[in-house]
Design a protein around this ligand. Structure first.
Ligand code: ZN
Length: 563
């Protein structure tokens, strides 16, 4: 028996050595990938067609069809030989949510001006959000105008200077001053950050005003569509729900006309304030000598939806304890509205991102293992406010400090043979260098964010990772097409204007699966380079996001191997 064992053992080791040598030789030629373009292209198409099929009913968070999509992703991970990296050695992380909905007839906003009362119409003149905590709220208070409602040391800006908002309803402009072009500005214009700043100062309600700039970008229809959906908040393990602002008892987002009515009752002129904004001046806040009532009744229930997490273990005995994280959201909007087609299939938002993540995972599983491990995190409830990713980073299945970088895929618009790519957020960290060289390796140009006003850097799941101090990017095709007959920028803007969050985001769009192949390859190369680098990515010296969120627990030197 012993001799037999020796003979048998010796053979496979030789075979293994031989095969790993063969692999690394072919692998050193970057163009010689183990998956043919044709296979990758067909696989991308198959994933998107499955996930965006009408029978998946738009993959709404909490739906059975979403869980079928999650099962599909887990099944692919298993097929690629990844290991489960969810909870309790499973592929899944079940996220508990509180789902809050209005009693619609209970939502009221009333202006009291002396003994005159004006009641505004819910949806047409204002929208609101239910409470995640209480079943009934009814506040009447004096409003205070606080400009944009932004206070930031970094931006040397404080809209709350000399204003006492304790026990008051703050009235603020949505968005940010035109001069805050940077992603730092986008952070402070984020609704959650603004609500938190108001609550921290003792306000009991917030009224947000649509601005002419917002109107041009369709902000009221977008916000009212969001507000018509039930509100979700993830439940914290020790009790309570995340991001719930218990101090704020009333919220409203109002149209320009409603805003004008409020300001004229307070003896001010909102049109005048708007024209000053357009001229680049910063508005100064003031006490508004009127009263406002905000009322709502909210009902709650608990629902569950799954994140799906798989890992490909790294080859280096030390560095395998660190992770390059790829993320993409699997959820979309489900069924909404009452037209002929009500299914929001989300072919490009974000079946395409999931398909690219899956093919990236397959590509990693077939090549030589990188030094670091690769973690694939597929999240739920992005459309409900980046919730699945927020839950994951607060309840991580590997230590947060072991995640060296996040590459997020959300809405890759693979509609044309793109000649350039954008990596939102790359300029904040050393990830820029990796993206630059990966782009060059695939004959693509890395360009700066062509649409800073869209604030993409704060609008998807990578932002949950940024807030944990993890250098992150979101990859997107640029606007230039390699084919002079196709106008890439036009297709990109057309998607945002016509199909974004509409039932028409489905597989009848002219999806270019060849573009999907290019996108997958560059996406793979970025992660591979980071995973094999001896130094983990770091925030640039003095960077705003690095300073704000970096975890002091990092000891970069001890994590670098000495080879
Ligand atoms: Zn979306």
């Amino acid at each position: 028996m012993k001799i037999m064992t020796n003979v048998l053992l010796g053979l496979p080791i030789l075979l293994l050595l031989a095969s790993s040598n063969a692999q690394s030789t072919s692998y050193s030629d970057k163009k010689n990938t183990p998956v043919s373009d044709k296979t990758m292209k067909n696989s991308l198409r198959a994933h998107i067609e499955f996930l965006a099929d009408d029978r998946l009913n738009g993959r709404d968070t909490g739906s059975v069809e979403y869980e079928i999509a999650a099962q599909y992703v887990a099944s692919q991970f298993k097929q690629f030989g990844l290991k489960p990296a969810g909870e309790n050695d499973s592929w899944f992380q079940s996220v508990p949510f509180t789902k809050s909905a209005f009693d619609k007839s209970s939502v009221k906003m009333v202006l009291h001006n002396g003994d005159k009362e004006t009641e505004f119409k819910f949806i047409q003149q204002f929208v609101s959000l239910p409470s995640a905590l209480t079943s009934e709220d009814n506040i009447r208070a004096k409003p205070v105008f606080v400009g944009y409602g932004i206070a930031s040391k970094e931006l040397k800006h404080n809209d709350y200077t000399d204003l006492d908002v304790k026990g008051k309803i703050v009235v603020m402009l949505a968005g940010k001053p035109a001069s805050f072009t940077s992603e730092e500005g986008a952070h402070f214009s984020n609704v959650r950050v603004k609500l938190q700043q108001a609550e921290d100062r003792g306000a009991i309600g917030v009224i947000m005003l649509e601005t002419p700039q917002g109107q041009r970008m369709g902000s009221y229809p977008n916000f009212s569509a969001f507000a018509k959906r039930p509100l979700l908040n993830w439940q914290m393990k020790g009790g309570g729900v995340f991001d719930s602002y218990p101090g704020l008892k009333g919220l409203a987002y109002v149209t320009i006309n409603t805003g004008k009515t409020l300001f004229s009752a307070a003896g001010s002129d909102l049109a005048q304030i708007f024209s000053e904004l357009e001229a680049g001046r910063i508005p100064v806040g003031f006490d508004m000598n009127i009263d406002i009532t905000l009322k709502r009744k909210s009902a709650h229930k608990t629902i569950f939806s799954s994140n799906v997490i798989g890992v490909l273990e790294g080859s280096d005995p030390v560095l395998k304890n660190e992770y390059v994280v790829y993320s993409a959201h699997l959820d979309h909007l489900g069924i909404e509205g009452n037209g002929d087609d009500t299914i929001h299939n989300g072919a490009l938002d974000n079946a395409s991102g999931i398909a690219i993540l899956l093919e990236t995972a397959r590509r990693f599983s077939l090549g030589e293992r990188p030094k670091r491990s690769i973690l694939f995190v597929v999240v739920t409830a992005e459309e409900k406010g980046l919730l699945g990713s927020s839950y994951f980073v607060h309840n991580p299945t590997v230590p947060v400090t072991s995640m060296v970088a996040n590459i997020n895929l959300d809405m890759p618009l693979i509609l044309y043979p793109f000649a350039d790519i954008v990596a939102f957020g790359a300029q904040h960290s050393t990830m820029q260098g990796y993206v630059q060289s990966a782009a060059a390796a695939h004959e693509l140009k890395l360009i700066a964010d062509p649409m800073p006003e869209q604030a993409f850097f704060t609008r998807s799941d990578h932002y949950s990772f940024v807030k944990q101090g993890i250098p992150s990017i979101q990859l997107s095709p640029g606007l230039t097409s390699k084919d002079p007959k196709i106008n890439g920028g036009q297709l990109f803007m057309q998607f945002l204007g016509k199909h974004y969050h509409q039932p028409s985001d489905d597989i009848s769009l002219p999806i270019s699966y060849e573009a999907g192949v290019t996108f997958t390859k560059v996406n793979f190369t970025i992660g591979e380079e980071i995973a094999n680098s001896l130094v983990r990515p770091s925030w640039n010296q003095g960077d705003f996001f690095g300073n704000k969120f970096n975890k002091s627990a990092f000891d970069i030197k001890s994590l670098v191997t000495s080879e």
